[in-house]
Design a protein around this ligand. Structure first.
Ligand code: MN
Ligand code: MN
Length: 458
């Protein structure tokens, strides 16, 4: 093919020994990150600890920031901002923003979850984010989250990941008796109110009174002994069921990683490690690890919260410049995953405009659905600006849309940032089986995304 034609690059095909080693070494740190943080609260704590080790200090409103300062803002333990003040004039150079999210689709316990039915204790749930419900039955689940007690203390719960922990379970029918269920459309096979968690089966035999010898009573006794909890404490809890298994290499050649919640920890890890490994200190950089993306980026910890612009205001105030001027010069990479092309399901992606696994960081100019609706659609000039940076820094990248026209679609945090007058485009790692309990990405793409972020902030 001539130089005139555009062609994607396969990272593994192009990689020399050195790059291959870097790709595989980087994946080890990423897998640890995946296993240590399965919820936004856990990722937030993990990243805050990592930031402290890098010399980041807590940001306080009113603080006077200066070049070289490294601060973090821990927003309610579920959303974190890392800010490094650069040497360039922030009114002229703006801020380089990397925004990803740290919440993933999962199954949340309801506020009054416990009940007993025919000798089994269950937990009622309300799923979080876009899941295909049938995928969550008959897999081992772990319970993660926090219980806020009336005395102001917060209990952190994490059961199911250690080798000696019990796990939790959602049942499904046996094939012998599933003829009627099999005839339903796939999306209706298991309903939202069918996602009931198996919590226990042993009645409280030590109870003095026969009427207290129930499985639910025994469950309450165990929760009380282990956590000091009463049933009413679920009212002020955020407890989630997440897959109990950890990240593993996939395939004989170990080119891929399987894990729960690559979306969007696979962009969060490259974002904050790119900041920590930055090659120079010229640009002011903000890394946003947002919560609530999977349910619309709403609320105090989502990307739509005013804390985002409040922090930019604080940076601007420190230098006596206009926040609007800083935003107008700022640039953002909305770091989120895209659907990787899957040869098993070629009908949903358009081959010329899909992201392919192991072909580098995937740039998505627009998202949305039904004629790009709901997308911020980045300017061609901004794409050109990034092309130059990526190509000059040897970053392997590609471009792709989320599916064929009118097949479906989706959105990211990009539009909320772009609406603040900040050039923003989506970029991230192509994922296979996005939102499934076990998703797959390419190690090569994780690393190229990290290189793209490093090039962007330097
Ligand atoms: Mn995402
Ligand atoms: Mn998602």
């Amino acid at each position: 093919m001539s130089d005139l034609a555009y062609k994607r690059t396969n990272v593994y095909e192009k990689a020399d020994e050195k790059l291959l080693k870097e790709i595989f070494d980087y994946a080890e740190g990423y897998k640890t990150f995946l296993d240590e943080g399965k919820t936004e609260r856990e990722v937030c704590s993990y990243v805050v600890e990592a930031a402290k080790a890098q010399g980041y200090v807590p940001f306080e409103f009113g603080m006077q920031l200066k070049a070289g300062d490294k601060v973090y803002y821990n927003n309610r333990g579920k959303n974190v901002y890392l800010i490094r003040i650069g040497t360039e004039d922030v009114a002229k150079a703006g801020i380089r923003i990397l925004a990803s999210h740290i919440d993933s689709p999962r199954i949340d316990l309801k506020q009054v979850p416990l009940y007993e039915s025919d000798g089994i204790a269950f937990g009622k749930t309300h799923y979080y984010g876009g899941i295909r419900k049938y995928q969550w039955a008959t897999i081992p689940l772990a319970l993660h989250g926090a219980v806020a007690l009336a005395d102001g203390s917060v209990l952190n719960v994490k059961v199911g990941d250690d080798a000696n922990d019990p796990v939790f379970y959602i049942s499904d029918l046996l094939p012998h008796l599933a003829a009627k269920q099999n005839a339903k459309p796939l999306g209706e096979g298991i309903g939202g109110e069918d996602l009931n968690i198996w919590f226990g089966n042993n009645p409280y035999t030590a109870a003095a009174d026969d009427k207290d010898k129930t499985v639910k009573e025994n469950l309450l006794r165990i929760l009380n002994e282990k956590y000091g909890m009463k049933e009413s404490d679920f009212l002020s809890a955020e407890l989630s069921l997440v897959p109990a298994y950890n990240a593993k290499d996939v395939g004989f050649d170990r080119a891929l990683i399987g894990s729960y919640g690559h979306d969007d920890r696979v962009c969060s890890y490259p974002a904050y490690t790119a900041l920590f490994d930055a090659e120079n200190d010229k640009n002011t950089v903000m890394v946003v690890l947002a919560d609530k993306e999977e349910i619309g980026s709403e609320g105090t910890t989502g990307m739509q919260c005013a804390i985002f612009t409040d922090l930019i205001d604080e940076i601007a105030r420190s230098f006596g410049v206009s926040s609007a001027a800083v935003r107008s010069k700022s640039k953002c990479l909305s770091a989120d995953v895209n659907a990787g092309y899957d040869p098993n399901y070629p009908e949903v992606l358009e081959k010329l405009n899909a992201t392919y696994i192991s072909h580098g960081a995937g740039v998505t100019k627009f998202t949305g659905a039904r004629g790009k609706s709901g997308s911020s659609d980045a300017d061609a000039e901004y794409v050109a600006y990034l092309r130059k940076i990526f190509d000059e820094n040897g970053v392997i990248w590609q471009t792709g849309e989320l599916g064929k026209v009118d097949v479906g679609g989706g959105g990211t945090v990009a539009k909320y940032i772009a609406n603040m007058n900040i050039d923003t485009i989506d970029i991230g790692v192509p994922v296979i089986s996005m939102h499934a309990p076990y998703e797959v990405v390419s190690k090569a793409d994780v690393y190229e995304t990290y290189l793209a972020f490093k090039a962007f902030i330097k």
